[in-house]
Design a protein around this ligand. Sequence first.
Ligand code: UDX
Length: 477
Amino acid sequence: MEQDRSSQSRPPHVLVFPLPIQGHINSMIKLAELLAIAGFKLTFLNSHHNHERLVKFNNIAAHFERYSGFQFKTITDGLPLDHPRSGNWFLDMFEDTMEPKMKESLREVLVNSSPPVDCIIADGFLGFALDVAKELGIPIIFFRTSSPCCFWVYYSIPDIIQAGELPINGSEDMDRLITTVPGMETYLRCRDLPTFCRKLDIEDSIMKLVVKQTRKSLQADALILNTAEELDGPILSQIRTKCSRVYAVGPLHAQLNTRINAKHGESYDHFSNTLWEVDKSCMFWLNKQPNRSVIYVSFGSITSTSREQLVELWYGLLNSKTKFLLVVRPNSVIGKDGEGEDVVMELMEKSKDRGYIVNWAPQEAVLNHPAIGGFFTHNGWNSTLESVVAGVPMICWPQFADQHVNCRVVSEVWKIGLDMKDVCDSKIVEKMVNDVMVDRKEEFAKSASEIAKEEIKMVQWRPIHLKRSKAETRTRR
Ligand code: UDX
């Protein structure tokens, strides 16, 4: 990574501002650390709630004190501290409750910052950051934590509506191809669109919010995405028809690992940046399992499952020929009065010899453990990239947002997984687990390891350039 110091004597001061959700913090804190390694002065703007959890469950102070110019600042996310922040809270609360308070707090931090902030890198979902940046004359880059494919679908929604391909009427064949998203005409089906596109109402407020934020992302000085040209080249070319300054800087976790390993060696204890307490006991359990014999099952940081879904998944796993490591986050099973917790305890007891259940796993380490042969995932973009880089084939069970599109790309474009969207049936779970882990094991392992090799090669080769010319600096200020 290189920086242009010619225009000033102190290192440029970058403020990194993620959406207050685990999946967004994960990649943005990695981007921030990469910039700190390159010598930038860095302010990471976290929500009070998430920062409290980061401090509680991670060695954050010790980790970041090695970067003399790195600091954390915290602001409100607009919600009371005791709000559970679980389930479908986010999109419902965002515009009316969270956005106004976060906007005001961001402005305050920027106005009072010393040294002044030279550039903001804000989560692309925080469109209001562009208004604040313009008002204060600070250059701004948007960073989208979701996949480029999904970004492109979100961008194209007005065109899909205009072409009459949306709304999807209730009795419709969900396998119908959507033909108005350039570059995806041959594989994107109705069922691969984000779930809010399934509503009959094309004025749906969540759809409108997502389209608004996506189109606004292209008005920033630049857009950066957590991917690589080699992985998402064709879609990046499509996005560049709308905005010339689009940079692919990922996969960020691999970029960071490569640089840290080069500096400190492979045994270095990486910063986990998680908002839950990591249960490392599963690594000891994995150590006792044969190579590629275990399927890892985890659905990220915000997805919830119903009690019935969890039981169905569990029976499918149990009836398959494979051992499993299952993550069930606290409060993530929806059931009446503690029923969710009860079902987890019951499953744990019944599957002691076949599976291991934890509240939160050290996911990157798990995916890179030799005992892991497959990943049953919701296809959040971080999880998808982590699986790609680790060379682990996937069973895709997407729930919302970018996950449906990611699932289609994994199964149909990269061909490194199976698509289980819209289904939760123990028989199908069993069949898919057997396919990936037993019957078609070599086929999937080969395709996943080929893509992983490409990824690793390119992470080693490619420096990240973040340069701005003097002329650009002057015109923005
Ligand atoms: C959200 C959205 O759901 C996702 O679609 C979007 O792309 C990013 O924001 P999330 O659902 O949490 O994120 O999924 P994901 O992007 O996969 O991020 C989860 C992160 O938590 C991963 O980096 C994963 O390594 C980590 N994780 C998950 C753990 O460290 N331990 C666990 O047990 C589970």
